[in-house]
Design a protein around this ligand. Sequence first.
Ligand code: HEC
Length: 182
Amino acid sequence: MSRAGWFVVGVVCGVAVFAPLGAYLFAKFGGIAMATTAKPLPFEKTFAKAALRASLRGAAELKDPLPEDEANMIAGACVYLRDCAECHGLPGLPKTAIAKGEFPAPPQLLAPDEMVTDDPEGVTYWKASHGIRLSGMPGFADTLSDAERWQVTMFLAHADKISPAVKAALANGGSPACGAKR
Ligand code: HEC
């Protein structure tokens, strides 16, 4: 190999060894705050957003197989009450201590300015299924059925125009519409 070739190999090997070592030492000596109360790192949002966008590739094409009707919306509201409301909030109620203590903050999905009604349903379904790593957002793929994840997706996609029956289910804690599961 020519001298220039060896130089390139040297640079590549140096970067391969020292970049991970540098990142490790940066973390080890406190460069990356893990406290939810700490200020975000420079570029933290940019990195997190880019990684999430890459993970979501193809999710927007997923389509809800269930009929869009009131029974499914109510079932979705029941799932929301049981497994999402503690973090994502309910209309007219203040943020819970859990929601206030998380970083990143869970968006209040029933508040008009934080709803996901404009997101493709497949994206909401993907997030409900797989969660968002290194945030407080759990994945429910193993704990909710496929139908339940689509039902809560349907409910969130229509959160700006929920019917009186769905509103009533939400307001009275879901029962009796949510059955004994709650
Ligand atoms: C323990 C708290 C917690 C629970 C419970 C929870 N989430 Fe989340 N969720 C979060 C957090 C935190 C985020 C923000 C993640 C981020 O910013 O990267 C989030 C983000 C989301 C988003 C993306 C919102 C947006 O604006 O893009 C959706 C959709 C979502 N959650 C749906 C759900 C559903 C559906 C459930 C219940 C089945 C649920 N979440 C339960 C904490 C929670």
